[in-house]
Design a protein around this ligand. Structure first.
Ligand SMILES: Nc1ncnc2c1ncn2[C@@H]1O[C@H](COP(=O)(O)OP(=O)(O)OP(=O)(O)O)[C@@H](O)[C@H]1O
Ligand SMILES: [Mg+2]
Length: 112
């Protein structure tokens, strides 16, 4: 299993959620965060306004998927979240050792 951490523009959350559900992803969570990338100290446009602040609002989605689903999920997220401008976000992928559905005790892929 892989855990995918997806950092996107807040305006792209609904599109990315839609793509994930189209792919049959059954669970995910997201958090409102603030962060910066390479342009720290420079300006970035957010909702039509130009900011010079260090940290901009972003959404962090975390989703754990079967190994076989990884590439399809990455492609779908990029398709939904890319505008082509700076600040589109970033994706980090980690290995997940195990998972458990608390109600049933199912483990691994069966728990997702
Ligand atoms: N190395 C990193 N580690 C953790 N989070 C990061 C990292 N780089 C970027 N982020 C997060 O991703 C958000 C968006 O990053 P951003 O898209 O600006 O990356 P970038 O490398 O500057 O690329 P671009 O040149 O396209 O803007 C940041 O606000 C921050 O929350
Ligand atoms: Mg940037």
């Amino acid at each position: 299993m892989k855990k995918i951490e997806i950092i996107i523009r807040p305006a792209k959350l609904e599109d990315v959620k839609q793509e994930l559900s189209t792919l049959g992803i059954h669970g995910m969570n997201y958090t409102e965060i603030r962060g910066f990338g390479r342009q720290r100290g420079h300006t970035e446009v957010y909702r039509g306004l130009t900011y010079t602040v260090d940290c901009l609002p972003k959404i962090k989605i975390e989703v754990v998927v079967h190994d076989e689903a990884l590439e399809k999920v990455l492609e779908a997220v990029v398709r939904a979240a890319r505008t082509g401008s700076i600040g589109d976000g970033k994706i980090f992928v980690q290995d997940v050792a195990d998972a458990m559905r608390i109600r049933t005790g199912e483990r691994g892929n069966a728990a997702l």
